[in-house]
Write a protein that binds this ligand. Structure first.
Ligand SMILES: Cc1ncc(COP(=O)(O)O)c(C=O)c1O
Length: 370
């Protein structure tokens, strides 16, 4: 394996990161025991009735309590963890660190999560597509891209397909690109199938990155908190590219609390409830005449294919008219006539089923003809 720095943009390797006041002198809860006059902040707790009496101070670059909590949860060392504004920021940082604009490429395996391509386009990186075959990696086609791409994005469980990638295929891909690219395994939905994580590959393969988030199983999408897990060389590079104070103090506080033992117990219960609802929705969809196929899901959503385009449009519209919003995935490669339903509460899914109870494909046809 090449030195990781050889895979990164040279100017990032050479760059000295911005020496923010909090990087030079971590606060670590000592805001009240020192006189802090080094960051042009206001003194005192301020006039606002906001929780947290140090809100007048910039937060630590990577708040200790948050990183300690995620370290305990993930079983990784603190230096292998970077907290970000959601997994989306992790995606952006990786592309900005390892791709030169208008020269380098990322590789994606569609149908897949849309932000890899959007972040690449924003940065000026090219996009090489190696489509999934029956929702799994096409290793032969991937082999042909070795040396032509700088970052490979795998998504397991995949969005919008929902299924896990075969672990052996993930390992083969990681080994294929060992000397030439960073391989990212996006595990935004891994809590719904935790035994299948690729995080245990980080120790063996220094060019692997795992993305995590608190937006899904942890029910904290509004918090904007995610984690990039990688070896220290990669974390050091990404830390040069990320904003100087990336994790707001109240976010760190809430996230640390949820990552406590009590919080994790609640997450486990919610995951089990979600899986029960998901399996029940899958069975129900399989019974519907307008449903051609339901994709296997290891996540908190179900993707299904309707019998035809008119039926798909009608289902989407009937639900939307009742204020029930699902996602049309039919524009994605291989996903003609496909819709995706997030697993909401039992009540929400009951309303969805009731709304579609009397729908038949012939209605879809009539609606369009009339
Ligand atoms: C596969 C995948 N990765 C990453 C994200 C982004 O997560 P976050 O909310 O942490 O930015 C999503 C969100 O839908 C996702 O589906």
């Amino acid at each position: 394996m090449k030195n990781i720095n050889a895979l990164a943009r040279q100017e990032i390797v050479d760059m000295v990161p911005y020496q923010s006041a909090r990087r030079l002198e971590a606060g670590n809860g000592e805001f009240n025991s020192k006189i802090w006059l080094n960051a042009n902040e206001a003194s005192g707790p301020g006039i606002y009735s906001i929780n947290g009496d140090c809100i007048n101070r910039y937060p630590d670059f990577q708040p200790n309590n948050l990183i300690d909590a995620y370290s305990q949860y993930s079983g990784l060392n603190n230096e292998n963890i970077l907290a970000t504004r959601g997994a989306d920021e992790g995606i952006e940082l990786i592309i900005r660190t390892f791709c030169r604009a208008y020269q380098d490429n990322i590789l994606i395996c569609p149908p897949t999560y849309g932000m890899y391509a959007i972040s690449a386009e924003n940065h000026g990186a090219g996009i090489v597509k190696v489509p999934l075959v029956e929702q799994q990696l096409d290793i032969t086609a991937l082999e042909q891209q070795v040396g032509k791409v700088n970052v490979v994005f795998l998504c397991s469980p995949g969005n919008p397909t929902g299924n896990l990638l075969n672990k052996d295929d993930i390992i083969r891909t990681i080994e294929l690109f060992a000397d030439t690219a960073i391989v990212v395994v996006d595990e935004a939905y891994i809590e719904f199938s935790p035994q299948n994580t690729a995080a245990n590959l980080l120790a063996k393969y220094p060019h692997v990155v795992v993305l995590r988030t608190l937006s899904k199983a942890f029910a904290l999408a509004g918090l904007r908190c995610g984690f990039t897990l990688a070896n220290t060389d990669i974390i050091t590079l990404l830390s040069k590219v990320i904003a100087p104070y990336p994790v707001p103090a109240p976010i760190a506080e809430i996230a640390s609390e949820v990552l406590s033992n009590k919080g994790l117990e609640q997450v486990k219960v919610r995951v089990q409830e979600t899986i029960i609802q998901r399996n029940s929705l899958t069975s129900w969809l399989n019974e519907q005449t307008w449903c051609k196929a339901v994709f296997n899901s290891d996540a908190n959503f179900v993707l299904f294919r309707c019998t035809d385009e008119k039926t798909k449009n009608s289902i989407f519209t009937i639900l939307a008219e009742q204020g029930i919003l699902i996602r049309d995935q039919s524009k994605q490669m291989q996903l003609a006539h496909c819709l995706r339903i997030s697993i909401g509460s039992e009540r929400e899914l009951t309303v969805l089923k009731q709304t579609l109870a009397t729908f038949t494909p012939s209605q879809a046809f009539n609606e369009v003809v009339e």
